[in-house]
Design a protein around this ligand. Structure first.
Ligand code: G3P
Length: 202
């Protein structure tokens, strides 16, 4: 299983990379705002992240556009920043259409904010390289986020779908341990949880 870091913080990315624990980064303008970043500087910040992690480490960068043409334009711009940029697109109708176009152009897409198996199947059909089911947010509304990851992995295996599953919106160690056992390929983890993974009372 691979671990991605879910952050916009360059120092956190450097630290995780130094542990040999970093297989990718996922980020978005909200995470950038949390460290004082501005939306109009987001693309420059993606470049800074790509410079740190190098060309073999996928960096998912989220488009905040809401309609297909704007997502496509934003996606092309993001993909031009570096060859390892993956365009993160919300799972919605406009996002599916944009993913279909971007994927046909060879631009890798991570469909994010996925909350159901049918959504994951449609994302895969649209050509998404990755699908990101949101565990914590489902738990927040009394549903079972880990179960969704398990079901998507099972469905993809059944149909030979090669889209990789990124367990996202991970809030704690229990989430990490449980998604590991589902066979999903990747978990994207906040730094706080990555640090907890090495700590043990003994
Ligand atoms: O990976 C997605 C993440 O940034 C959202 O997490 O905790 O806000 O649901 P959360």
């Amino acid at each position: 299983m691979k671990f991605f870091l879910d952050t916009a913080d360059l120092a956190e990315i450097e630290e995780a990379a130094s542990w040999g624990a970093l297989a990718g980064v996922t980020t978005n303008p909200s995470l950038y705002a949390r460290i004082g970043g501005k939306l109009d500087d987001f693309h420059n910040h993606i470049k800074r992240i790509c410079d740190i992690v190098g060309p073999d480490c996928p960096v998912s960068a989220e488009s905040v556009a809401m309609n297909r043409d704007e997502i496509i334009a934003d996606g092309r711009e993001l993909a031009d920043i570096a060859p390892n940029v993956v365009v993160k697109v919300p799972t919605m109708v406009e996002g599916l259409a944009a993913t279909h176009t971007l994927a046909a152009e060879g631009i890798p897409v991570n469909m994010t904010l996925c909350f159901s198996v049918p959504q994951a199947l449609l994302a895969a059909r649209a050509g998404a390289r990755y699908i990101s089911p949101f565990i914590g947010r489902l738990d927040d509304i009394g549903e079972n986020g880990v179960q969704l990851v398990e079901n998507i992995v099972k469905a993809f295996k059944l149909y030979g779908i090669t889209t990789e599953v990124i367990a996202a919106s991970i809030r704690n160690l229990e989430h990490v341990e449980k998604v590991m056992l589902t066979g999903c390929q990747i978990a994207t983890i906040p730094t706080k949880v990555l640090e907890q993974m090495i700590i043990h009372p003994l």
